[in-house]
Design a protein around this ligand. Structure first.
Ligand code: NAD
Length: 350
């Protein structure tokens, strides 16, 4: 059923998002969402695009990520504070809005912490579908925090990856990841070094959180023919790969003007050649060109992926009750009589 009252904004809380994901099933959610992301990447040129607006502080960053396809406008508010986990908080939290361009009225307000983990994983898996070696079944995941299980599940759902080699500086994080994925069809090895994790892996996912130029992968750890899914380096001064790896790789990015500021390629010259993911998806350019090539998806997270996720959630609400109705928009009987509405309300309270 369409949501009838134009002045009521559907709000998806964390509780309802969890119910929605579980109703649909994580695998189907990831696969469907990947479909929406591919659909939007195929109409890339139609979107308003801008690097996200970032407000940096000593401990983290708060960002706004807007985009529009001319019919719908979406934005996400997201933070990144690696130190938060020490105080029992998430490194990344988010919420977002989808609005109608014609009227400017919001059509959806939703939590996006869980949704961001799902869309990040779905985007990584979409990229890997075009770039990873054929029949990849083994993935190293370095950094086993909040994003890690979602990454594993997306790569299983879209590529059939069923062997995981986990490494984290905190072995408790790896144990948590292994426990959460137990019984979901993976063969899991917990490794004691990053080097051990990458051995025998065709795909290497780095998804660590540290506000510094980190070296999670050194050049000698990366053999020919692998696909690197670099997720954790997503801010100025926050990277995960040694620069020499970039020089040996075919680099694929979401939106170059944003990735040059935030991604691994901030370590390279401003005009260093990179390939855009949307061009690979549309077939305008080829992703992997030979078996020995190292491909690198330098993921930072772009607004269009959030737009796809917002669109997907909105479409699910039509057939579910997984939302609350939010009284977010003032609706006086006569549009210009906003103050009169306040007076009438005062009278009704007297
Ligand atoms: P998290 O804090 O929950 O987990 C990070 C994990 O990395 C922790 O378990 C930590 O112990 C581990 N770690 C830190 N340094 C390490 C090292 N040197 N070697 C191995 N492990 C190490 O964070 P999260 O929510 O899982 O996010 C992970 C990263 O992904 C963050 O940097 C976040 O900003 C980024 N991220 C990127 C996108 C994107 O679209 N590219 C989206 C969401 C999050």
């Amino acid at each position: 059923m369409p949501i009838a009252n134009l002045n009521i904004v559907p709000f998806v809380s964390v509780d309802n998002m969890m119910k929605l994901v579980l109703d649909i099933g994580v695998d189907r959610f990831l696969t469907d969402l990947a479909g929406y992301i591919e659909e939007d990447f195929k109409r890339w040129e139609l979107f308003d695009k801008t690097p996200r607006l970032a407000s940096h502080s000593h401990d983290g960053v708060i960002e706004l990520m807007p985009t529009s396809d001319g019919q719908l406008y979406g934005f996400k508010y997201v933070n990144g504070h690696p130190k938060n986990t020490r105080d029992g908080r998430q490194t990344v939290t988010a919420f977002g809005v989808l609005a109608d361009v014609g009227s400017g009225y919001p059509k959806l307000l939703t939590e996006m912490t869980i949704l961001t983990a799902l869309r990040t994983a779905a985007t990584s898996a979409v990229a890997a579908k075009y770039l990873a070696p054929k029949a990849s079944d083994t993935m190293a995941i370095i950094g086993n925090g909040a994003q890690s299980e979602f990454q594993a599940l997306a790569f299983k759902a879209l590529l059939g990856v069923n062997k995981l080699r986990l490494y984290d500086i905190d072995v408790e994080a790896s144990r948590k990841c292994a426990r959460n994925l137990d019984g979901l069809g993976f063969e899991i090895t917990i490794c004691t070094t990053g080097q051990e994790a990458v051995e025998g892996s065709q795909i290497i996912t780095t998804v660590t959180a540290d506000k510094q130029y980190a070296t999670i992968l050194t050049d000698n750890m990366v053999g020919t023919g692998v696909h690197i899914n670099a997720v954790g380096g997503d801010c100025p001064g926050k990277t995960e790969l040694h620069r020499d790896i970039l020089l040996r790789s075919k680099i694929i990015v979401e939106y170059p003007p944003q990735t040059r500021i935030e991604g691994e390629i901030q370590q390279l010259d401003a005009n260093y050649p990179v390939t855009e993911l949307w061009q690979v998806i549309t077939g305008q350019t080829v992703g992997r060109t030979d078996e020995r090539q190292i491909t690198l998806f330098d993921s930072v997270g772009f607004a269009i992926e959030d737009f796809s996720a917002l669109r997907y959630v909105r479409d699910q609400l039509r057939s579910t009750k997984r939302y609350e109705e939010l009284d977010l928009l003032a609706d006086p009987d006569e549009p210009r009589d906003l103050f009169g509405m306040l007076l009438r309300h005062q009278k009704s309270l007297a």
